[in-house]
Design a protein around this ligand. Sequence first.
Ligand SMILES: Cc1cc2nc3c(=O)[nH]c(=O)nc-3n(C[C@H](O)[C@H](O)[C@H](O)COP(=O)(O)OP(=O)(O)OC[C@H]3O[C@@H](n4cnc5c(N)ncnc54)[C@H](O)[C@@H]3O)c2cc1C
Length: 80
Amino acid sequence: AEAGARLKRWPFHPNGTEGFAKAEVTVGGISTANLSSQTMMAKSVPGLYAVGEAVDVTGWLGGYNFQWAWASGYAAGQAL
Ligand SMILES: Cc1cc2nc3c(=O)[nH]c(=O)nc-3n(C[C@H](O)[C@H](O)[C@H](O)COP(=O)(O)OP(=O)(O)OC[C@H]3O[C@@H](n4cnc5c(N)ncnc54)[C@H](O)[C@@H]3O)c2cc1C
């Protein structure tokens, strides 16, 4: 029990990342403010769509980025 309590109190601070070569998702991209949330079409360029990794949407690792890519792609596909 004492060992468990000590482990729970052990502070752990990541001291960096392994950089772009090991990255699984990137921050940044086309602003969601400029896209329709229904169709993913650019508000100022009718007929231009952006989905998935191209858009400034970043999820936790664990499937959220796949889900975003598939869901936004589906929404855009339905609108075409
Ligand atoms: C190592 C790694 C592990 C990951 N693990 C997970 C995970 O476990 N869970 C999760 O949710 N997400 C994970 N991700 C993130 C996830 O893979 C991406 O967010 C998702 O695949 C993005 O989908 P996308 O279709 O937007 O882009 P992409 O899958 O990058 O597809 C873009 C496609 O466009 C093609 N392309 C590029 N330029 C051109 C061009 N000029 N002409 C024609 N085609 C072009 C590319 O070849 C590519 O096939 C991981 C990513 C990496 C790199």
